[in-house]
Design a binder for this molecule. Structure first.
Ligand SMILES: *Cc1c(COP(=O)(O)O)cnc(C)c1O
Length: 231
């Protein structure tokens, strides 16, 4: 078996096991395969294993693959920082943006989403680690931004995303993810119809499932180490 296809099966098994261990309903955690820096052939190998949702964090790197694999209907998720001058191509080529953290970018994506496509699914990226270098909205600002985004009819606000600072140890990982779940629950209680909690990467997949993630974003454990991309 192709190594990517084999690793993909192993990750699917890890997700299924984590759902059981933490009493999550079967199938409640979906897998986003993070193919950033990987070649189109690696994406095809994951397709052979049944994967259809792929995450990319750099527009040009992504467009190369999106163009190369037009023959299979794939769902592309943009998970990197969104520069204002890239919003048109993101609105035209992606189904999801996980990393929305500014109203200005949200308005541009809304205006530029082609009428022929369904609304663009978006998650608000939250800064849960409180490091000024990391992107993401401060937790106290999320509800206001969510309310503004909900008014944009070419965007579908689906949930929240975070990239916590790397933490050693399972309990510490769970603790770093818990505030995002709490914020998610409070927005749902406030009436926002959210269904997506995008959290969990290769090193904290189990902790994320334990804390209520509905979508884990896995790169290294599927594709191996990231490649150098010439940009
Ligand atoms: C690269 C990346 C991932 C995947 O990380 P791995 O540790 O390789 O699984 C997930 N989310 C985001 C936003 C990323 O940039």
């Amino acid at each position: 078996m192709d190594p990517v296809t084999a690793s993909l099966a192993a990750i699917q098994a890890r997700i299924t096991q984590a759902e059981k261990t933490y009493s999550r309903p079967p199938g409640s955690v979906t897998l986003l395969a993070v193919s950033k820096t990987q070649p189109a052939d690696a994406v095809r190998s994951a397709c052979d294993g049944g994967q259809r949702a792929f995450g990319e964090n750099h527009l040009q790197d992504a467009l190369t693959k999106i163009t190369a694999i037009r023959d299979i209907p794939l769902e592309w998720h943009f998970i990197g920082p969104v520069q204002s001058n890239k919003t048109r191509q993101i609105a035209e080529n992606f189904s999801w943006v996980h990393s929305l953290d500014r109203l200005r970018v949200a308005s541009r994506l809304n205006d530029q989403r082609p009428p022929s496509l369904p609304p663009l699914n978006v998650c608000i990226q939250v800064n849960v680690s409180d490091e000024s270098s990391k992107s993401g909205v401060q937790p106290k600002e999320v509800e206001e931004l969510a309310a503004r985004i909900a008014e944009l009819d070419r965007l579908a606000l689906r949930g929240l995303m975070a990239i916590p600072a790397p933490t050693e140890g399972f309990e510490a990982q769970r603790a770093s993810l818990r505030p995002l779940k709490a914020l998610f629950d409070s927005l749902c209680a406030a009436g926002f119809p959210l269904d997506t909690l995008s959290m969990g990467m290769t090193d904290d997949l189990e902790a994320a499932v334990a804390e209520g993630s509905t979508m884990v974003r896995i790169g290294t454990a599927i594709f191996g180490a990231r490649r150098q991309v010439v940009r």
